[in-house]
Write a protein that binds this ligand. Structure first.
Ligand code: GDP
Length: 465
């Protein structure tokens, strides 16, 4: 997410590094670079102007605090201003209703509307305990109904059997009556898209919207974050025609440059409510302006990372693993479980990006490859071997390597690294207990680093390096 912009912000801040005092000219030099970075990220010109003005005003007015690095103080000003530009705080859906809540999802074709319908249904069902009805109302692209039906069954909610020979307005009318008889709280309506904004499309949605007026429907535009300022224009057109209540930015996991996320709120006044961050049904994030500002400035987003972990990692599983580490019984089976838990959180690359200062970390592809290699080696081991790796002798190494399609050296390296990990885990656990951040200057870490240099009984390796 926004790697390019993050890199350029970080380059711009270098101008300030090592200066005990930030002068007007330092700020001007830095802001010149920030300006280029924002414009290259396709941020709207007015937004860039406003941002630079506010940051300059604040930076020149601020007193440098004793003991605080001026560069850090400046970054904080930038973070606050980016947060304000994106809306200051998270604005969710208004869910406290006695009556039915219709949510109309609108947008152009291919922007991720139908996918988001499935994600939102899952979120509202699990997190908000709502009874949802998904309603296909795209009468132009009949395949959209099948797509929505599949997503509905994946996320375990009901999909209305719309009669696509009727008008969207008629479909929605019958779905509302059905939702009422089946005690649904929310109907999520997937409307038709077009290749570009056109008057007929707006009329069609408007008719549906007017009919639902007494329910005060949410009208959410789903727009692709990769299209930058184009999505700002699309949002404006939809807002003018329909009066939107919020924006969803989709495909935030791809090469989005930041233009849409940073410009939409300021130019349309509309809140971004959710971010769609992948093709899987749980790839949905609530939009928190402060957290995104933190990610853009490479300050990480630990809060979202912890929330993700809480959502996707079974507490019991992780507690039983802690217990086996404490008892010194951590086995290869446990390691496999650990790796599966991690993969539930997302790719290594996406996780690392949520840690402060890690955006520019080099290629993680080789680490991902090593994880895959470890998994195939483990899959070729017997139950007994996984429980006690010491059983693996020369002939077993040869069998495992043949079975997994890896070399004998790969298997030896894996075993050697597992042995080291098993020895280190209890002390690591003690070290991190009660601390929010690990102390990388700890003598224990240095001891472990030294140990890594020495080759283990199975030869040196780099699976966990
Ligand atoms: P619609 O025409 O607006 O309903 O768009 P779809 O929901 O059918 O999505 C179009 C394509 O984008 C599909 O291939 C989706 O899998 C993909 N897609 C949707 N949302 C995301 C997302 O957040 N990230 C990524 N990478 N792909 C997405």
């Amino acid at each position: 997410m926004f790697e390019d912009l993050t890199g350029k912000f970080s380059d711009a801040f270098k101008v300030l590094r090592g200066n005990g005092r930030i002068t007007k000219s330092h700020i001007q030099d830095c802001l010149l670079e920030v300006r280029t970075a924002l414009l290259e990220a396709d941020v709207h010109f007015d937004v860039v102007k406003e941002f630079l003005l506010k940051v300059k005003e604040k930076a020149l007015g601020v007193k440098v605090l004793k003991g605080v690095d001026p560069q850090q103080q400046f970054i904080k000003i930038c973070q606050d201003q980016l947060t304000v530009l994106m809306g200051s705080k998270h604005e969710g859906l208004e869910l406290q209703r006695k009556d039915l809540l219709p949510i109309l999802l609108v947008g152009l074709n291919g922007q991720g509307k139908t996918t988001f319908a499935g994600k939102l249904a899952l979120y509202l069902k699990n997190k908000k305990k709502k009874n949802i009805l998904l309603v296909p109302a795209d009468t132009i692209r009949p395949a959209a109904k099948d797509q929505l039906k599949i997503l509905a069954s994946q996320v375990g909610v009901e999909c209305f059997d719309s009669d696509l020979s009727k008008t969207p307005q008629e479909i929605v009318e019958t779905s509302v009556a059905y939702a009422k008889t089946t005690q649904k709280n929310i109907i999520l309506i997937d409307t038709a898209g077009r290749l570009q904004v056109d008057a007929k499309l707006m009329e069609e949605i408007k008719e549906v919207q007017v009919n639902l007026r007494k329910y005060r429907p949410e009208v959410l535009l789903v727009t692709d974050a990769m299209t930058g300022q184009e999505s700002v224009n699309i949002a404006r057109s939809f807002h003018e025609a329909l009066g939107l209540t919020g924006i969803i930015l989709s495909k935030m996991d791809s090469d989005a440059r930041g233009g849409a996320a940073l410009s939409i709120r300021y130019t349309t006044g509309l809140p971004i409510k959710y971010l769609s961050v992948g093709e899987k049904m749980d790839d949905l994030e609530l939009f928190h302006p402060d957290r995104l500002a933190g990610r853009i400035l490479d300050m990480g987003d630990i809060v979202s990372l912890v929330e993700k972990a809480e959502d996707r990692i079974d507490k019991q599983d992780s507690e039983s693993m802690m217990q086996s580490i404490k008892r010194g019984e951590f086995s290869i089976d446990d390691l496999m479980k650990q790796m599966e838990m991690m993969s539930r959180l997302g790719s290594l690359k996406s996780l690392v990006k949520m840690l402060p200062g890690m955006q520019k970390m080099g290629d993680l592809g080789s680490s991902e490859k090593n994880i895959v290699k470890m998994k195939v080696i483990i899959c070729s081991m017997t139950k007994k071997e996984k429980k006690d790796y010491r059983l693996v002798d020369k002939s077993r190494i040869s069998r495992i390597s043949k079975g997994s399609g890896t070399t004998e050296n790969d298997v030896k390296n894996f075993l050697s690294q597992f042995k080291k990990l098993k020895q280190t885990l209890p002390s690591m656990m003690n070290m991190f207990k009660g601390k929010s951040t690990p102390n990388f200057n700890s003598p224990l870490i240095h001891k472990e680093k030294k140990r890594k240099k020495n080759k283990g009984p199975y030869g040196g390796g780099h699976f966990f390096n």
